[in-house]
Design a protein around this ligand. Structure first.
Ligand code: C2O
Ligand code: CU
Length: 495
């Protein structure tokens, strides 16, 4: 090509906002399903696993290799399937060239097994994490949490599902087995040679929206489904992109298909909530039942309207994946009507007074929580709820430019109000327990929780991983009821 022609083309592509080279293969490749983690050894009531964190080359763009670093060399990592009441120890062995810290997001893992940012495992080392698996059935995920490098590590592949099951949920007759499918969304950005665009090397300190939408690692995949009910476990692993998902039959564009939300970050809702749009921000999980029974032989496309910033309008961000509905059902079990009641959700007792208020803000080029950053080591413990107490927290995003999905470690909360933006508490948030809440532009959200079950130091932060790394993160110190006289800056607390 004549160099002048190249020069002429380049600004055009820039103006269109293409960040990654254009990927045309929409819905051409099947949805990958992550492998199931197998225990290395099992004992009476505890399973022992080993996971190698190691580099792997993956073809995201056909014919081009992209270096990733994944759990057991897969992206997403292997899915853990755990039963309530069986504990686990997982040894994470670092064969990568950067430190890591593994957080099991959604577990009330007690320090020092919670993935504290500075509790890093260096290359060549390993750490054994203990997971109690005592909570009710829920969809968790595990991902890197290393100080200053979480965005990079998670983006390069250190993220996977961790599914906890229990007998109560299993008794409900919900779609299971091959009809229970985890869907990890990710929005990434690539270089012309097909490699991942590196946020750290490029000095990115605000966001990586990513214009290549991947599900379980594959850009814009398709899934062959049967005309029956499916349970999908949605998780947004993106560094910065939130989604507002809806589904349309290709024969009937413009008509959104209803589906039922049955579970949130912290397990089942009280009852199924029918909706035609699912809002999902980074780190949120929603369990959703889709019924394809009246769409035999049709294609259903999952689309996105959400949070598309002006500078990332590559026209693939409006689509996510396609369901190709076959003509017959091979297994009709667990395909009946959804139960009207799913469980009695252990919501915290009502409380109207606000105990603490936190503003997630940008100031002096820094991402802060009430003016504090994670780097302010002496000041970063900004909440000291008593163990067992119920508190109402107000989380504020007074800026118009950014979303801040806020995650509080250790606890589950109820979203009790959302004001200031364009949304209230979403219908499927009302009877949900959650561990992360989408604080969209100008929104003010109040969350209610009982602080515990342990005392100790835990993090809370924005789950835009670039914001988290730069340093929109603070700590809560859940204090024992009596003053035990320990130094709150000490990492490990022995009550
Ligand atoms: Cu999903 Cu503090 O992390
Ligand atoms: Cu943020």
């Amino acid at each position: 090509m004549h160099p002048l022609l190249l020069l002429a083309l380049f600004p055009l592509a820039e103006a269109k906002g293409w960040l990654s080279p254009v990927y045309k293969n929409f819905f051409e490749y099947p949805l990958p399903i992550p492998p199931i983690a197998q225990p290395y050894k099992t004992y009476d009531n505890i399973d022992y696993y080993e996971i190698d964190i190691k580099p792997v080359d993956i073809e995201i763009y056909p014919g081009k290799k992209a270096r990733h670093v994944g759990y057991n060399g897969t992206v997403p990592g292997p899915t853990f399937k755990m039963k309530q009441g069986r504990e686990a120890v997982v040894r994470f062995i670092n064969h990568a060239d950067r430190a890591n810290s593994v957080h099991l997001h959604g577990s009330y893992s007690r320090a020092p097994f919670d993935g504290w940012a500075e509790d890093t495992t260096e290359p060549g080392q390993y750490k054994d994490y203990y997971y109690p698996n005592a909570q009710a059935a829920r969809t968790l995920w595990y991902h890197d949490h290393a100080v200053g490098h979480t965005a990079e590590n998670a983006y390069y592949g250190q993220a996977g599902f961790y599914i906890l099951e229990d007998e109560q949920k299993n008794s409900l007759g919900l779609p299971s087995g091959n009809y229970d499918i985890p869907l990890a969304l990710a929005a990434k950005r690539y270089n012309a040679d097909g490699s991942l665009w590196d946020p750290e090397a490029n000095g990115e300190t605000t966001s990586v929206f990513g214009d290549v939408i991947q599900v379980n690692g594959q850009p814009w995949p398709y899934l062959a489904v049967e005309p029956r009910k499916y349970l999908f476990r949605f998780l947004d692993t993106s560094v910065s992109r939130s989604f507002q998902l809806y589904a349309e039959a290709d024969k009937k564009v413009g008509t959104r298909i209803p589906f039922s939300v049955i579970g949130s970050d912290a397990g089942l809702l009280a009852s199924p909530v029918s909706t035609t749009q699912l809002d999902i921000s980074m780190a949120e999980r929603w369990e959703v039942v889709f019924d394809f029974s009246s769409y035999a032989g049709q294609n259903i496309t999952l689309k996105n309207t959400g949070n598309v910033a002006a500078d990332d309008d590559f026209d693939g961000t409006d689509r996510v994946m396609r369901f190709m509905v076959g003509g017959s059902v091979s297994d009709d079990s667990n395909n009946g009507p959804l139960p009207a009641t799913l469980r009695s959700v252990p919501l915290p007792p009502a409380k109207t007074t606000v105990d603490r208020s936190y503003e997630f803000m940008r100031s002096n080029g820094e991402w802060q929580v009430n003016g504090v950053t994670w780097a302010d080591v002496q000041d970063r413990v900004i909440a000291k709820p008593e163990r067992g107490s119920v508190e109402r927290w107000e989380l504020i995003n007074s800026a118009g430019g950014w979303s801040h999905p806020i995650h509080i470690h250790l606890i589950d909360f109820q979203v009790v109000s959302r004001t200031g933006g364009t949304r209230g508490v979403l219908p499927y948030e009302q009877t949900a327990l959650k561990d992360v809440v989408w604080l969209n532009k100008n929104e003010k959200v109040q969350v209610l929780a009982r602080y515990g079950p342990w005392d100790g130091l835990y993090m809370f932060h924005c789950h835009n991983l670039i914001h988290e790394d730069h340093d929109m993160m603070a700590a809560l110190n859940v204090t024992a009821l009596a003053d035990l006289g320990y130094d709150e800056k000490t990492r490990f607390i022995d009550p």
